[in-house]
Ligand binder design. Structure first.
Ligand code: X8Z
Ligand code: ZN
Length: 608
């Protein structure tokens, strides 16, 4: 698989302009001309090989088998042999030493070329190939794992389970023993991933160092044009800004849950299996009288995806290409099929043009309703920048958090009461207690999510990569960090496994979970601007449905892809720098309410 690519490369590299990029002679082509020549040869090969590798990865993720894993490793190795080619790295680096002779778009493309090369730099082929193979193997272990909710005396599984099944128990069950069983089972995949993660940590750090970064975490943070220290400081600020409200929510929740489970004294750290999410990143089902899932009852699962599409279309965005529905894998594996697939939602830009797909396991729950909006946000972003004006290398978000933010923004808009009434999910007779809705939204939204995303995940991964956390320390450190940022404890002592490994992103989307934290901030900043300035509505009851000006606004952000600086895009769109103010303002009405609810309780945050 590798050889033809290398031959092709050798041929065209020899034809696309001298060896050293610095013009040694006045007649030699300028840096811009050399870069143009390099790009015009690079782009078609990028498109062809990345499409092949995405197709192979799609097959491996939707039907886990040794053959598909092997094909994926082969296709990704071929892609790496091209993208990580040592001559490409040398040329891109050489040209980037003369930025003043290049236009901005070219500089961005060359930087992106180096970012792609860093996934498997062929300046160290053994390392690069080992990484590609280890990534495929870890994904296969994760995607192929079979969970189980009950076993017989011989430890044979009598009740196989999907992650949807585990989540259902954690959201719905009031029986602590049943919850504990589901929570423990959800961690059973951890030990199977531990050695693979440690191996990958070494290989990921290795490729990052090969490209001149101190470690893999710093390499990933470079997408924002920031250092690790700057990113961690930004995340710390977010955590501090939201901490007072989180402390009140945490205090309220642990008392509420203790009452629910008949525990006389509320523990200071919330036991992990009391919460309706495997990692405590969202706390659904806590607010009496707010039952978002009930709105989905009886809906065909197809309706959830189609309604999400209708939202985008109502704002003037195009209908999804027919191939989206033909090629996507949107629902759980049907009963009776033994195929195993990745259980976590994702969106794919297979050919960097219009072959867009999503991998989900949609069921009629509120969580899947918002997740479909999230995934279609990625899909509409892909379609918005898949146009000739945006070079293939820049068909990305302005930064990664923009990509995560668009669908979350529409998910937020889709949970606002005026829209729910308009589409009949809420009837006119159903009155809403606004404060309790806001409370539920804080518990299932950014105020509970940020300590996980900006705190737990980002700190754990920073330590994993930058500080080379020892294999024996994985569980201990994970739970120390969880206690510190989220105020959550395991049901009993954990050792020898890898609870962090159970989070899909730790394995297959590494060192970038802060994307979601920053996306949250961005979402409320954009929402505030859309509601107040474009629509003249209250951000708590704001309806974008059928508002084409919102579609145009979103398109203006998405269509440039990564061809513009993310800070500039934000300033132009909202008139402000990135700020958490709109998010804090949105949830501010909860402070007085929670202080009242928590009166007489010791609400000092246990993790401080
Ligand atoms: O992974 C996702 C998306 C796919 S990019 C479903 N999310 C994070 C998670 O599930 O942990 C969305 C919010 C956080
Ligand atoms: Zn996403």
């Amino acid at each position: 698989m590798i050889r033809p690519t290398c031959c092709l490369l050798a041929l065209w590299l020899s034809s696309c302009g001298g060896g050293a990029p610095a013009p040694a002679h006045p007649t030699e082509r300028s840096a811009q001309e050399q870069a143009d020549a390099l790009l015009s040869l690079y782009d078609p090969i990028l498109l062809a090989l990345s499409t092949e590798s995405n197709r192979a990865a799609w097959a491996a993720s939707t039907d886990v088998s040794d053959a598909h894993t092997g094909a994926r490793t082969g296709a990704e190795t071929a892609f790496s042999a091209f993208a990580g080619n040592a001559e490409i790295i040398r040329r891109a680096r050489g040209l980037l030493e003369r930025p003043s002779e290049l236009n901005d778009l070219t500089v961005r493309q060359l930087r992106q070329m180096l970012e792609l090369a860093a996934s498997a730099p062929m300046t160290n082929p053994e390392l690069a190939r080992a990484r590609v193979a280890a990534e495929s193997a870890q994904s296969a272990r994760l995607d192929g794992f079979r969970f189980c909710l009950a076993r017989d005396a011989a430890a044979e599984c009598t009740q196989p389970a999907t992650t949807n099944d585990l989540d259902r128990v954690l959201v719905e069950s009031r029986a602590l023993d049943e919850r504990l069983n589901a929570w423990r089972e959800s961690k059973a995949v951890g030990p199977t991933l531990r050695d693979g993660l440690i191996e990958l940590r070494g290989l990921r750090n290795g490729v990052a160092r090969e490209m001149g970064y101190p470690d893999f975490f710093q390499f990933q943070v470079t997408n924002y044009g920031m250092t690790t220290a700057e990113m961690m400081a930004l995340l710390e600020r977010l955590i501090e800004e939201t901490r007072p409200l989180y402390a009140q929510l945490h205090c309220w929740a642990r008392h509420e849950l203790a009452r629910r489970y008949g525990v006389s004294e509320a523990p200071r750290l919330i036991p992990a299996h009391w919460i309706g999410n495997r990692w405590g990143q969202s706390w659904p089902g806590l607010v009496e009288g707010v039952d978002m899932d009930s709105m989905m009852e009886g809906r065909p699962r197809e309706w959830l995806v189609e309604q999400a599409e209708r939202f985008y279309v109502s704002m003037g965005l195009e209908a999804l290409p027919r191939s989206f529905y033909e090629r996507s894998d949107l629902y759980p594996v049907p009963d009776g099929e033994s195929r195993r697939k990745n259980a976590h939602a994702s969106a794919w830009h297979v050919d960097l043009e219009r072959d867009v797909r999503s991998l989900m396991s949609v069921e009629p729950t509120w969580d899947w309703f918002t997740t479909t909006h999230h995934e279609l946000g990625h899909i509409y972003y892909y379609l918005a920048y898949a146009r000739p004006e945006v070079p293939p290398l820049l068909r990305e978000g302005a930064n990664r958090s923009y990509h995560e933010g668009i669908g979350d923004l529409i998910g937020l808009a889709a949970s606002q009461p005026p829209y729910l009434r308009q589409i009949g999910l809420l009837s006119d007779e159903q009155e809403i207690d606004e404060l309790r809705w806001l409370l539920d939204s804080a518990l299932t939204g950014p105020i509970v999510f940020l300590p996980f995303a900006a705190g737990t995940m980002s700190h754990f991964e920073k330590e994993l990569y930058a500080d080379e956390l020892g294999a024996d320390a994985l569980d201990r450190r994970w739970w120390e960090i969880v206690a510190r940022y989220q105020g959550i404890a395991p049901p009993s002592a954990r050792a020898g496994g890898c609870d962090a490994c159970t989070k899909t992103h730790i394995n297959d989307d590494p060192a970038q979970y802060y994307d979601y934290a920053l996306a949250n901030v961005l979402v409320y900043q954009l929402h505030d601007h859309i509601c107040r300035n474009l629509l003249g509505q209250d951000p708590h009851a704001c309806n974008y449905y059928e508002r084409r000006e919102v579609g145009e606004f979103l398109t203006s952000i998405m269509a440039p892809g990564a061809s513009r600086d993310w800070r500039e895009v934000l300033r132009e769109a909202t008139g402000r720098e990135l700020t958490a103010e709109p998010m804090l303002e949105y949830y501010a009405p909860l402070t007085a309410y929670l202080e009242e609810q928590n009166r007489g309780r010791d609400c000092a945050f246990p993790g401080q």
